[in-house]
Design a binder for this molecule. Structure first.
Ligand code: NAD
Length: 249
């Protein structure tokens, strides 16, 4: 039990096969009370209920600061305190550079990057007041290698922005006892690609992975568990690759 008596918020954890959901299940197994925040409020409630009693599912649009503040108030009202924030919500689109419209750019940057800022800002005052907390943020191998897997250049830019934002938060919040880290997964088998990743594309990607398989949501959930728990008590500003060796640098 690595998270006994801890409370955790995980954004983007409503989808059944998603990384957020696998993380919520693992955290609950390790004793945490979990609040699932998702733009799909019904899905969040159902996902929280599936974890057992004592967990929360709350509708929250991470692109909207007011929605984040309201969700934070509801979480703190119910849990009393928050130890862990997992900024996991994200979207992607397989566009080429000349296909990206201002609306595509805005939406992908808003959810993947501004969402990390808004939800973190909603909980930082509380974490500061307790002088403790662990924030982990979802980036991607796409940020490091310039895409070329599924998401377009706007997705790479957003996820690269997450790396800079998280490192800067780690520097600023360290003196307050708050750790901030990132994970950079390779291709993980979830539904984010909306069925647009064909078996042929998957096989082509698999050939370039030294461990010889695509990732599973639980592979990333275990790294979030490490970053959330005291196992990583002296780790902040770090970026942990979860990519089977797809990118070794
Ligand atoms: P997913 O689609 O299962 O999960 C994304 C979740 O985010 C969904 O539950 C969705 O409802 C939620 N969401 C979308 N917009 C939101 C908003 N505005 N506010 C709140 N919630 C919102 O996909 P996943 O693959 O589990 O993705 C989780 C994260 O991992 C994303 O940030 C994604 O970019 C990142 N990631 C995924 C992969 C991969 O290969 N699957 C690789 C690297 C990084």
């Amino acid at each position: 039990m690595l998270l006994a008596n801890r409370t955790a918020v995980i954004s983007g954890a409503a989808t059944a096969r998603g990384i957020g959901r696998a993380t919520a299940e693992l955290f609950a197994e390790h004793g945490a009370r979990v609040a699932i925040l998702d733009i799909d409020g019904d899905g969040a409630a159902a996902a929280a209920a599936s974890l057992g009693p004592g967990h929360l599912g709350i509708s929250c649009d991470v692109t909207n600061p007011e929605s984040c503040r309201a969700a934070a108030a509801a979480v703190l009202d119910s849990f009393g305190h928050l130890d862990i924030l997992i900024n996991n919500a994200g979207i992607t689109e397989p566009l080429k550079i000349m296909e990206i419209t201002p609306a595509n750019w805005q939406r992908v940057l808003d959810v993947n990057l501004a969402g990390v800022l808004h939800l973190s800002q909603a909980f930082i005052p509380h974490m500061r007041s307790r002088r403790q907390g662990s924030i982990a943020c979802m980036s991607s191998v796409s940020a490091q290698r310039g895409g070329g897997i599924f998401g377009g250049p706007h997705y790479s830019a957003a996820k690269a922005g997450v790396l800079g934002l998280a490192k800067a938060m780690a520097r600023e919040l360290g003196p307050d006892g708050i750790r901030v880290n990132c994970v950079t997964p390779g291709l993980i088998q979830t539904d984010i690609t909306g069925g647009r990743l064909t078996p042929e594309m998957k096989e082509e990607i698999r050939k370039g992975i030294p461990l010889g398989r695509l990732g599973e949501a639980i592979d990333v959930a275990r790294i979030f568990l490490f970053l959330a728990s005291d196992l990583s008590s002296y780790v902040t500003g770090a970026v942990i690759d979860v990519n089977g060796g797809m990118l070794i640098h």
